[in-house]
Design a protein around this ligand. Structure first.
Ligand code: BTN
Length: 254
């Protein structure tokens, strides 16, 4: 990646034409003493993973990357790293001239209600401490949305569509890695409140009515009040009680 101005992120980089999933490669490499901040990039993925066990479409022309981090923090801080990554993506889009990106909790980056980026964080833990965190980022850059399965076309946008021209993928990657390193150092300094403040600024979810779908429980409707100190979504149920949502998804209803 030309002109990359970072100290840690992307100093070691592996670039592939096609892999099953950069997250899987990252996980494998993390067992083999790669450096903190190592980045795995692939032009295509044949079996990419989305959140909640879903598949992720990764045609040529997208940005598919994973980072291996060794943050040495408690397990409870993982969701904060994910939120920080979403903020880094929004800031990257701002630098490219897209001002209207927002984050749908926990980590979908949206433009006018259409998804442009997904983030998948996976932790490798030992004795409840995190050995490594793999952060996978998929940014829809230059491909034609008609290449996607029909049911995804409507809800997806790309950098190309938003900007009206093809983007230089290398430049997008460079900006993202630099933005990630900046917010990553705020994370490492333990300034979680600063990260949450940024996240709130870009939130698409706060103030909306959502259907909360958590693993192993019945979906319910709720109003999104905000985000807690641990990065959970705080919602008010119809009966007035408050809940903290830590995993799963929130489908926006209004
Ligand atoms: C989601 O929104 O469900 C998360 C999607 C994450 C996709 C990225 S692309 C690079 C990395 N490798 C994967 O297999 N998944 C992530």
């Amino acid at each position: 990646v030309d002109g990359l101005d970072t100290k840690i992120i992307g100093k070691e980089m592996y670039i592939f034409k096609e892999v099953m999933s950069t997250n899987t490669v990252a996980k494998f490499l993390s067992l083999n003493n790669v450096s903190n901040g190592c980045v795995i990039l692939s032009e295509k993925q044949s079996k990419a993973k989305g959140r909640l066990g879903k598949a992720w479409q990764s045609p040529l022309g997208g940005i598919w990357l994973s980072m291996v981090l060794n943050p040495q923090v408690d397990h409870s801080k993982i969701s904060m790293i994910t939120l920080a990554t979403g903020v880094a993506v929004v800031k990257t889009l701002e630098k490219l001239g897209i001002e209207s990106a927002e984050i749908k909790w926990p980590n979908d980056v949206m433009i006018n209600g259409k998804k442009i980026c997904g983030i998948l964080t996976e932790a490798i833990t030992k004795f409840n401490t995190i050995e490594n965190v793999i952060i996978g980022v998929g940014i829809d850059a230059n491909f034609d949305v008609h290449e996607l399965p029909e049911e995804l076309q409507e809800g997806t946008t790309t950098l190309g569509i938003e900007l009206g021209h093809k983007v230089n993928e290398n430049e997008v990657i460079r900006i993202f890695l630099e933005e990630f390193e900046k917010i990553g150092s705020i994370f490492m300094d333990g300034e979680y409140e600063a990260i949450l403040k940024e996240w709130r600024k870009y939130s698409y979810s706060i103030g909306k009515i959502v259907e909360v779908r958590e693993p192993f429980s019945k979906p319910y409707d709720a109003y999104v009040l905000g985000i807690s100190r641990e990065g959970a979504l705080v919602v008010e149920k119809i009966d007035g009680s408050l809940e903290k949502v830590i995993s799963g998804e929130c489908i926006i209803k209004n």
